[in-house]
Write a new protein. Structure first.
Length: 400
């Protein structure tokens, strides 16, 4: 269940998380000195302090206080300038806090607070942060991507699997290519990556953590089979997998759970009949219902550098829908890596609820932190700039 798009630009993230435990409206935390970190306005105030600020009316002061508490601002947009569901990228400002902006219901929402714990807003779409923005993901070691069919991050996982296996078909937008691959050479520099993609019906994010469940046990068997195949392929030596219920017990509640078709003591042969390195023992079972085998069976042959499977909760595998039928693979590259109305609308609504509870706490912490920043923190030498979320970067000078 890789998280590969921190901008939440794929459709599944706008869902209601019926089958997932990840909050549909984003992560929200009680304010503290650790979170949220200094935002764009805090840093700008320190960078260019105004010794004689213009006098503000009472209403203006209230508005600024309210926006500082919310972590975003709302502006009216003239009707002739409105752009439905379009993000408005702005020029980079100071490190650690570029304003992200998006139009919602005729209003321009500018996000000043950092929205992801792992990086600043201006870095969300960087290829090293969100790999879906990479010019190419070719030349990687073989990948096994197991996706929960009910998880919020489903679409980006399916997308990156296809992108790795066919880099030329899933290039990022022109702006990203011009910046990170101006000579257009990375796609041809590395061969496509071999990818096994499994989409498990209705499962949540990282079902492996629920190791006591039947689907998780089947997932681990698939992981073991893939690992043995990859190792055998790399070292040109057969590997035997012990399929022993004394080690991994999966209860049998129906005929669907029968493992009569699963070999005991499987061997992954070191020999490969084609250039793709497919194991010579590709044990598959075709039934009237369209299934092609069981999770944990030896790998079938790769097609166009991919094995594409849908897996039900009983571990039965089926062919995954064609690429042309998957909406997440039909997105305009210009919209990938751009924040979208759905996730932002849910985040803003939940943030407003939290502000009712903790707004005063947040503002008090902000003021205390700005005071400490003005007094100065210890530095770590040239080129060492801890991210805003790092407490190491907020060590007071007078601390022992």
């Amino acid at each position: 269940s890789p998280w590969v798009d921190l901008t939440h630009s794929f459709p599944s993230v706008a869902g209601d998380a019926t089958f997932d435990y990840i909050p549909a409206n984003g992560f929200h935390h009680r304010p503290s000195m650790a979170w949220p970190p200094p935002n764009a306005n805090d840093l700008r105030e320190l960078k260019s302090p105004d010794s004689n600020p213009p006098r503000k009316s009472k209403e203006e002061k209230k508005k600024l206080e309210r926006e500082a508490t919310m972590g975003f601002s709302v502006h009216d947009v003239p009707e002739n300038e409105r752009h439905d569901q379009t993000t408005r990228p702005r020029a980079k400002s100071i490190p650690g806090g570029e304003h992200l902006s998006i139009e919602l219901d005729g209003k321009l929402i500018e996000l000043t607070d950092q929205i992801q714990m792992y990086t600043t807003n201006d870095m969300l779409a960087h290829p090293m942060v969100s790999p879906v923005m990479q010019p190419s993901l070719g030349g990687l070691p073989p990948l096994l991507i197991q996706t929960g069919g009910g998880e919020l991050l489903r679409d980006e996982q399916i997308y990156i699997a296809h992108k790795a296996a066919n880099p030329a078909a899933y290039l990022p937008n022109k702006k990203v290519m011009d910046e990170f691959d101006p000579k257009r050479e990375l796609v041809d520099k590395h061969p496509p990556t071999h990818v096994v993609l499994q989409v498990w019906d209705d499962l949540c994010h990282v079902p492996h953590t629920l190791s006591f469940t039947r689907p998780a046990k089947y997932m681990y068997r698939s992981v073991a089979q893939f690992g043995a195949w990859a190792l055998a392929r790399a070292q040109d030596q057969a590997i035997t997998i012990l399929d022993d219920d004394a080690i991994s017990i999966i209860s049998h509640e129906s005929s669907h759970d029968s493992e009569s078709d699963v070999d005991r003591g499987r061997t992954v042969d070191k020999r490969f009949p084609d250039a793709l390195g497919t194991p010579i023992r590709a044990h598959t079972v075709t039934t009237a219902s369209g299934s092609v085998g069981k999770a944990g069976d030896p790998l079938p042959p790769f097609e166009n550098h991919m094995i594409r499977q849908r897996v039900d909760r009983h571990g039965v595998t089926y062919p995954l829908a064609a690429e042309s039928e998957l909406k997440c693979l039909q997105l305009d590259p210009d919209t990938i890596g751009m924040i979208k109305p759905g996730p932002v609308r849910k985040w803003v609504a939940k943030k407003s609820e939290w502000d009712v509870k903790y707004g005063k706490d947040k503002r008090a912490i902000q003021k205390q932190r700005i005071k400490e920043m003005a007094e100065g923190y210890d530095t770590f030498g040239a080129g060492e700039v801890p991210p805003p979320t790092a407490l190491a970067g907020r060590r007071k000078k007078d601390m022992p």
